[in-house]
Design a protein around this ligand. Structure first.
Ligand code: SF4
Length: 347
């Protein structure tokens, strides 16, 4: 892809949404996000040392991965920091807990072809990468067999044919891994492929990158979304108000100016955000960053994450306090995914 230069910006100025986005305060060097990924912490000793905490053993077969911008929001010297709890492995991960299994959502059974999953009417998931910029200890895909799902070039033709032939589908959801781990060039290619299918009008991206490495929101990415005929929706995954800072807000403002609809989903996590005040503050801060709270997910029962579980009773008490203290549009829906159901199930 040709990089954006001053000249190309002038050419693109016929697009008002893009103009507004490009008027934002984005740093022109943000294409260096890949460098930030490469320099991430991958070792528990290095993580603890960076935070001034005593060393401990590494218990899990799910590796540590913490990028610098996220690390900078973790409080030094605090072993109970809510962001640290989301990224550090503990001995609890290797305990067998009844009911917690490797594939809690049984997603393999919903695959239409390699890389293409349909769980609900009208929308499909494309598994475009198995890579992430952070390894979240509660991840429901922490044991996911990405090697069996990632599409080859032949699979892409099958995927496009399957989408073309099914006029009931109007939305494509890019998933992973984290779909924004793809280069802008590859993302553009996928968006262009989807654009060729007349009955698809929406592209949705679920990503944790805008919060863990806000530098990922490059001008090129904004250009791709702003120029597409598809309505773009970005669902961020933010669990705690401490994850939001000015760099995240600036990235979100740029996306919002490009007419990207911004929604957030959180996972309800014990000792991270199972508190009505923390979640209410999160909703208010999301709103300030132009993001609407969308879902609060109950934990999926994935092996290795049972220590994050919050009971249904406690979850409902938290929601009750939030409903009483926030306007309705700032109260996320408390849901659970039950394999085979026609939609997310409200709790
Ligand atoms: S970024 Fe998403 S897919 Fe990746 S580990 Fe975290 S929750 Fe899982």
């Amino acid at each position: 892809m040709i990089p954006l230069t001053d000249v190309s910006l002038q050419v693109l100025s016929t697009n008002p949404a893009l103009d507004r986005a490009l008027d934002s305060d984005l740093d022109p060097e943000q294409a260096s996000w890949q460098k930030i990924v490469n320099e991430s912490i991958r070792d528990i000793s290095a993580l603890l040392q960076a935070l001034g905490l005593p060393d401990q053993s590494h218990y899990s077969n799910f590796p540590i991965l913490v990028p610098g911008p996220y690390l900078s929001r973790i409080e030094r010297g605090n072993p109970n920091d809510p962001l640290l709890r989301q990224v550090i492995s503990t001995v609890q991960e290797v305990r067998d807990v009844p009911g917690y299994i490797e594939q809690p959502l049984n997603e393999s059974t919903f695959a239409k072809t390699s890389g293409l999953i349909q769980k609900y009417h009208g929308r499909v998931l494309l598994i475009v990468t198995g890579s992430c910029a952070i390894n979240c200890r509660y991840c429901f895909r922490r044991h996911f067999p990405y090697q069996d799902f990632q599409p080859t070039s032949k699979d892409w033709q099958r995927i496009i044919d399957a989408l073309m032939n099914d006029t009931s589908i109007n939305e494509v959801i890019l998933s992973g891994g984290d779909p924004l781990m793809m280069s802008d060039k590859r993302l553009k290619w996928i968006v262009q492929q989807v654009e060729t299918i007349p009955h698809i009008d929406t592209i949705r991206i679920h990503s944790r990158l805008p919060v863990v490495i806000p530098q990922r929101i490059t001008k090129t990415l904004i250009e791709i979304l702003a120029e597409s005929r598809l309505k773009a929706v970005l669902v961020t995954h933010i669990n705690h108000p401490q994850e939001l800072d000015e760099t995240v807000s600036n990235a979100m403002l740029a996306l919002q100016r490009a007419d990207v609809l911004l929604l957030n989903q959180s996972v309800l996590l014990k000792d991270v955000n199972n508190d009505a005040e923390i979640l209410s503050t999160l909703s208010k801060q999301l709103f300030k960053a132009n993001i609407l709270p969308y879902y609060l997910h109950a934990l999926d029962p994935v092996a290795g994450a049972a220590h994050f579980d919050v009971s249904g009773k406690e979850a409902e008490e938290i929601m009750s306090v939030m409903r009483a203290s926030l306007p309705g549009y700032l109260v996320p829906k408390l849901v659970k995914e039950v394999p085979g159901q026609p939609s997310k199930s409200p709790l």
